[in-house]
Design a protein around this ligand. Sequence first.
Ligand SMILES: Cc1cc2nc3c(=O)[nH]c(=O)nc-3n(C[C@H](O)[C@H](O)[C@H](O)COP(=O)(O)OP(=O)(O)OC[C@H]3O[C@@H](n4cnc5c(N)ncnc54)[C@H](O)[C@@H]3O)c2cc1C
Length: 307
Amino acid sequence: MAVKNKIKEALGNIIAEKILYDEPMSRHTSLNVGGNADALVFVENEDQLIEVIRRLREKKIQFFPAGNLTNVIVRDGGYRGAILLMTRMKEISCENTPQDGYLISAQAGAALAKVVSRSAAEELTGLEFCAGIPGSVGGAVWMNAGAYGKEMKDVIKTVFLLDTAGGKKTMSREEISFSYRKTEFPADTIILGAQFKLKKDERARIKRKISEIMQSRQEKHPLELPNAGSIFKNLPAQAAGKLIEDMGMKEMTVRDAQISSKHANFIVNRGNATASDVLALIALIQSKAKKEKGVNLETEVVIVGED
Ligand SMILES: Cc1cc2nc3c(=O)[nH]c(=O)nc-3n(C[C@H](O)[C@H](O)[C@H](O)COP(=O)(O)OP(=O)(O)OC[C@H]3O[C@@H](n4cnc5c(N)ncnc54)[C@H](O)[C@@H]3O)c2cc1C
């Protein structure tokens, strides 16, 4: 039976109206590339997510949890299985606890931008570095997203998870191993939400930091065209963008995929780029970096799906 039909059979009666079948992922990824997912499932709440995953596992259907898809390339052959979009799970709350001080909790699908503006409204500092990162809380925690010298690990207090057996689990910052753009969770773990520990500060100062960061992003990043942020991880001793620029590759194209003239670690979609165009450009950069500089550039973007 085709995977799509197996998904219909497994999920159709619980969330029929919130599933798009054979959905082009180019409509949903920030790079505007990607083939069809068998199913794109808009998950509404935790209980539904738990049930959806239980049924998918029961039928041995593969799935991929996603937030805003700002760090994902889906290959042109599409995704065989279900992409679970968490962006409707977006509650944010704030509390002042006697033991831990000020905490902001957010569900996995909450936009980082909303969490940043809520923390500014509550006069809490710590999350300003996330200003302008277009992802969700789940994506940012999974990737240990970072900018301007800070990472998620610096502000996380607790992560709420769904483990591989389908049970809810809480992990404290100390129990989690973070590395550069990676948080080590067991395979198939789903992030349900996270709690951030913040400090009181003046609202004006917080807002100033946020607008400085937003302005710096406007100046440095090619935000006018679809992109997925930094394509490669930086090397220990050198920024990947600087390396690519030094190799003279700025503005190089594979059809409509182009290395940005503004920031060489960004690939932009000039209109009709496909995932294959972007991946061909990535391969060109990697092979030149290896040949000329002797280094392996590792992708920061997550690549999924079929060729
Ligand atoms: C213009 C631009 C600027 C950017 N700037 C930065 C930056 O400064 N710093 C930075 O680190 N990144 C940056 N990014 C990349 C990206 O926005 C971040 O990595 C972001 O945190 C990804 O969030 P997302 O919700 O889009 O995740 P997605 O792209 O949807 O997913 C990314 C990964 O996280 C996993 N994931 C997502 N949600 C969950 C969940 N609930 N449970 C388990 N796994 C999950 C996915 O399976 C995937 O492996 C930028 C991107 C763009 C387009």
